[in-house]
Write a protein that binds this ligand. Structure first.
Ligand code: NAI
Length: 717
């Protein structure tokens, strides 16, 4: 980096006869600045006078620099500025550094001790800075540093006067930063800690040795360089270390329960934990931001109160997420780089980086909240030992949320059902982003052993599971979960030990820790999206599922899918046991893409697309398909061998890859992959194909003719 120079610039350093000020003066002069070395040369407590600024000036001159001594007190700052103007004709930088100490415990502090400290530190900085201010404004350039202290920021025994004056300098700098901004006058604050005569009896001896002022001087010199861009900031520096310090505000809270309530001493006390909660603290740059922030929070408070009306206990929470949360979740539900199309869920710089839709179930999980507990009828109770996540629903109202953001969630128990032995709390969550409702979720929370209170058995508002169709599934995807699946998934937020701690699992009656129900659900939702939704999360509208049985990490999940228009019914089994672990489930898609193959296979035949289209047509026109009342088996050949079979079962109806699962087909069609596509496109008439032996038919040939009307463009089949 080029050397940062101060050629042609004039600096005033107050209190530069020794300590920190001397180091500032020497450094600036060595980099080309002309320096006014101000120091009235008093004792540490401000008494007496001497001209030890001369020694500093001599040292600068000996080194070939330019400097002049000034013996005025900063209380007469205008005289120091005059020295600069008389000798050098300008002022560009001012470091308000002069200082003294008059330490006394507060009870013993005389008014004089108070006044003198304030005169030197605070009034001195005021006087000197004000005298230079007009010059800065006119030349549209100025760099000012105030010197504060950790004694001001944190307090220090025996330094009431000093602490007050030092924090006063921060306030002065804050306002001057605003007033000077448009004239390119930057006013910042240094909080130094260094060995000097002020600290020789305060710092421990080894510290004192290490804390050389020349370790701080470069920090302050940079803060008065013309390339310095910050304005109104506080920099703490010591031991060759520097850091910004600033004030932060907590999230805050209304100090009453509802907008129509009075604020009382008791309501304040009740809200105190939130008043002093700094977990969401942030720094605000401008005073105006404080007001805006407050007004926004007040509006939120009023809007929430409106939404809460009529609900016993609604629970508001906020939720932040970012790309890392999304990718961690994607790994937790089995997305893998071994599958190229999953990369967009795992790599934040991917051009189509997207969230997996089921991720958004998480902000609606308010299990930790007391709302289920509060909703229990008299004599019944709910806690984490007797509740079970029974069902889950999620519905997006518009576009899927982005790859990072913040939600505000309102959760409430909409209904408590009485299922005999268990109670079921229906928990609704509304998820808002920038005050817009973006999606909603619903959970059925089973509260074991807490039914029998005479409540309603069925819900009027719950979104219900739907039985899967009776026919064979249109598509099946299998995926093995990893042994560490639950260990990975729990990092997305559900840290229940049941999923990782063998002892807890065994107490709960499981041989091993079990996989989270939402993890298995995430797997299946991915399978549905990849098979029927073009693997495009934007296509995802809603999902409903019931958790039936636990899954052990390492088991293979088998997602069976049935397409009905834009709804894909599914259920999930574990391959090892055949148990249905997720049942009555469905995903509603916005746009359905054709199923590519019944089992995920990589055969890549040209006719695969054709059968995808057939599946779509059959699904759309089920009644018509059934009216044909026939079962067709296609043998697709290549080089004389059957490479794939498709069953077109219009009795059920169902279309799937492979031979008929039960019974015999009415018609068997044998044709090459290429010829079938030609027939379908109209390039080859089925009659000609049949005559030439390209299309072989066996069984009820007349039935084959009936396929036409159903398959429209595929009429020639
Ligand atoms: P220092 O005592 O070596 O330097 C202060 C200088 O200011 C002295 O040379 C003194 O003669 C001069 N001075 C006092 N009253 C004056 C007046 N009315 N007009 C002009 N000059 C006057 O002490 P040090 O440590 O170098 O202090 C520099 C600044 O840093 C002070 O403002 C001090 O409060 C501040 N500070 C120092 C810390 C440290 O650890 N050394 C900690 C926090 C703040």
């Amino acid at each position: 980096m080029d050397q940062l120079r101060f050629d042609g610039r004039v600096a005033i350093v107050t209190g530069a006869g020794g300590g920190l000020g001397k180091e500032y003066a020497l450094l600036l002069a060595s980099r080309g600045a002309k320096v006014v070395v101000n120091d009235l040369g008093g004792g540490r407590d401000g008494s007496g006078r001497s001209n030890f600024a001369d020694a500093v000036v001599k040292q600068i001159k000996d080194n070939g620099g330019v400097a002049v001594a000034d013996y005025n007190s900063v209380v007469e700052g205008e005289k120091i500025v005059k020295t600069a103007m008389d000798n050098f004709g300008r002022v560009d930088m001012l470091i308000n550094n002069a200082g003294i100490l008059r330490d006394k415990s507060f009870g013993k502090m005389a008014e004089q001790d108070w006044d003198l400290i304030h005169a030197v530190h605070l009034k001195g900085a005021f006087k000197t800075t004000q005298a230079a201010w007009e010059i800065f404004r006119k030349q549209k350039y100025g760099r000012v540093v105030m010197t504060s202290s950790n004694s001001g920021i944190f307090g220090n025994f025996g330094q009431a006067n000093y602490s007050a004056a030092k924090l006063g300098l921060v306030g002065l700098a804050n306002t001057l930063a605003i007033e000077g901004a448009k004239y390119n006058v930057k006013v910042n604050t240094i909080v130094p800690t260094a060995a000097s005569r002020l600290t020789e009896d305060i710092l421990p001896p080894e510290m004192f040795k290490a804390m050389q002022p020349n370790l701080i001087a470069p920090v302050v010199a940079y803060m008065v360089h013309e390339s310095f861009e910050d304005n109104g900031i506080i920099i703490d520096s010591a031991l060759g270390f520097a850091t910004k310090t600033h004030f932060v505000r907590g999230e805050g809270t209304p100090v009453r329960a509802k907008p129509e309530d009075a604020v009382t001493i008791e309501s304040v006390k009740a809200k105190w934990p939130q008043v002093v909660d700094m977990s969401k603290a942030k720094h605000l740059d401008k005073n105006a931001e404080v007001t805006v922030d407050l007004v926004e929070k007040l509006q939120d408070f009023e809007e929430r109160a409106k939404l809460d009306k009529g609900n016993k206990a609604s629970y508001w929470s906020t939720y932040d997420y970012n790309a890392k949360d999304l990718t961690l979740y994607a790994l937790g539900i089995g997305a893998s780089v071994s599958n190229e199309s999953d990369l967009k869920f795992l790599y934040e710089s991917h051009e189509n980086f997207s969230p997996l839709p089921t991720y958004f179930i998480l902000p609606g999980m308010s299990m930790e909240s007391p709302i289920v507990q509060q909703s229990m009828p008299p004599g019944k109770h709910a806690d984490f030992t007797n509740i079970l996540h029974g069902e889950q629903y999620i519905e997006f109202l518009g576009d899927l949320p982005g790859t990072e953001g913040e939600f505000t969630t309102r959760s409430y128990v909409a209904e408590v059902l009485d299922k005999g032995s268990a109670a079921v709390a229906i928990v609704n969550s509304e998820i808002y982003q920038n005050r817009n409702l973006v999606y909603r979720t619903q959970q059925h929370i089973f509260v074991l052993g807490q039914g029998g209170f005479g409540g309603p058995r069925n819900s009027s508002i719950a979104t219900e599971v739907r039985p899967v169709p009776k026919r064979n599934p249109d598509a099946v995807v299998e995926q093995r979960t990893a042994e560490d699946q639950a260990a990975l998934y729990r990092l997305s937020g559900d840290l229940n030990p049941l999923h990782i701690d063998p002892q807890v699992a065994s107490i709960s009656g499981h041989a091993k820790p079990i996989l989270h129900g939402l993890a298995s659900l995430g797997f299946s939702a991915r399978h549905v999206l990849a098979t029927f939704g073009g693997n495009d999360p934007a296509n995802f509208k809603a999902l409903k599922a019931r958790f039936m049985k636990p899954v052990t990490p390492g088991q293979t999940l088998v997602t069976e899918m049935w397409r009905e228009g834009s709804r894909v019914h599914f259920q999930t089994k574990t391959k090892e046991t055949g148990n249905v672990v997720i049942g009555g489930a469905y995903v509603d898609l916005k746009q359905v893409s054709p199923v590519k193959a019944n089992r995920v296979s990589a055969s890549g035949l040209k006719s695969d697309g054709l059968f995808a289209k057939i599946i779509e047509e059959v699904n759309k026109n089920q009644a018509m398909a059934k009216s044909i009342n026939g079962i067709f088996l296609y043998n697709i050949t290549e080089n004389g061998k059957t490479v794939k079979q498709w069953t077109l079962d219009l009795k059920t109806p169902a279309v799937y890859e492979g031979p008929l699962k039960e019974g015999k087909p009415d018609v068997t069609l044998t044709v090459t992959d290429g010829d079938l596509v030609e027939i379908a496109s109209g390039a080859l008439s089925p009659q000609v194909a049949y005559m030439k032996g390209k299309l072989k038919l066996a069984g009820n040939i007349m039935l084959a003719q009936k396929l036409g009307p159903l398959l429209k463009s595929e009429a020639k089949l």
